[in-house]
Design a protein around this ligand. Structure first.
Ligand code: DAH
Length: 350
């Protein structure tokens, strides 16, 4: 039996030397450490031998068992260690590599212009509000002296949502809303100056300078003693701050149903400073906004007394200002959100 045990150990050692993979080891383990292993066979027969030999064989069998299990455990640990090492190597992080830079966003040029204009008017004491893009026919037109059937409605090709609701064609709707609110307040002095800004919509021809959706800033001031001179000063001040201190303005008579008189305001060309170039079609002037004194009819339609209060008003196309300011040729550049285009404005604003 002792011989047999030696043979078992020899066989085991021979086979264990061949082990290359965990699967090989499992195989050897199932032979030498399983329930029916040659060692178990020897131990089973142990009770048939005399006590003297039994002691010897028992000791030898234990020794053999310890050696076999010891080696199996050792190899198992080696495999586990090799596996762990491989895993750690694969997951190695090189801390000396440069990190991934987080790129900072930029402000959209239209927002830059809105912020700049808002800043100018806030400094003059104007409130700033946004407003409703869905608007009733009443506030978009009727309360601005554009009754149903008025020919001037054609100036603003309108998207109708239903018979009484439109996508607002201008931000002047907020003038009507704010004047109506002001009329309802209990305060005796009906003073208010505000600008509103936001998206407006028109069934306009889409070309390089027109889009069916664009952005406006609309402003007004109402109170007791507001004159045309105030309007001229405010617009001149705004244009000088917005473009250049040397910018001049000129006013041409125009027509808007909600203002009387109405003007269109030109500035000296931003490109040639008035000398004449392609941008200003060699006139030296560029049209920039519409304005006027709020028509008495509009004051009245919104519940205020035109013998007590009057006001000035103006409407600015944000895209137009941004195109002139930044030399942008195609209005669609504003809406495509191509980051290569937007990145160019990272040095403007704060
Ligand atoms: N609402 C006009 C438009 O969209 C622009 C405008 C002109 C607004 C004169 C005004 C204004 O407030 O006084 O074409």
């Amino acid at each position: 039996m002792l011989k047999k045990l030696e043979q078992i150990l020899l066989d085991f050692e021979k086979q264990v030397k061949q082990v290359k993979t965990p699967a090989d080891l499992d195989n050897v383990k199932s032979i030498y450490a399983g329930k029916d292993s040659p060692l178990t066979q020897v131990l089973k027969n142990l009770r048939e031998v005399d006590p003297e030999t039994r002691k010897l064989v028992g000791e030898k069998a234990n020794e053999t068992k310890t050696k076999i299990f010891g080696q199996i455990n050792q190899i198992q640990d080696d495999f586990k260690y090799a596996e762990l090492k491989k895993q750690l190597e694969n997951e190695k992080v090189d801390l000396t590599l440069p990190g991934i830079n987080l790129t900072k966003g930029t402000k959209h040029p239209l927002n830059l212009v809105i912020e700049e204009i808002a800043d100018i008017f806030k400094g003059l004491g104007y409130d700033m509000i946004d407003g409703t893009e869905f608007e009733t026919d009443e506030f978009c037109f009727q309360k601005l002296n554009l009754p149903v059937g008025h020919p001037a409605r054609d100036m603003q090709d309108t998207f109708y949502v239903d018979k009484n609701t439109v996508l607002r064609t201008h931000c002047t709707n907020m003038t009507a809303r704010l004047l109506t609110n002001l009329a309802k307040t209990k305060v005796a002095e009906k003073n208010l100056a505000a600008i509103s800004y936001g998206n407006v919509f028109r069934r306009d021809d889409d070309d390089a300078t027109h889009s069916h959706q664009f952005t406006q800033i609309d402003g007004f001031a109402v109170g007791k003693k507001i004159s045309f001179a105030n309007l001229k000063w405010i617009l001149e001040y705004m244009c000088k701050r917005l473009f250049a201190p040397t910018t001049e303005i000129r006013m041409r008579p125009s027509y808007f149903p909600f203002t009387e008189p109405s003007v269109e305001v030109d500035i000296t060309c931003v490109t040639c400073a008035g000398l004449g170039c392609k941008i200003c079609k060699f006139t030296g002037w560029i049209e920039i906004l519409g304005a006027g004194m709020i028509a008495p009819e509009v004051i009245e339609l919104n519940g205020l007394d035109p013998s007590q209060v009057g006001g000035l008003a103006f409407g600015i196309g944000v895209e137009r200002v941004a195109m002139l300011k930044f030399g942008i040729k195609n209005i669609r550049d504003f809406y495509e959100n191509d980051t290569r285009f937007l990145q160019q404005f990272k040095f403007f604003g704060d």
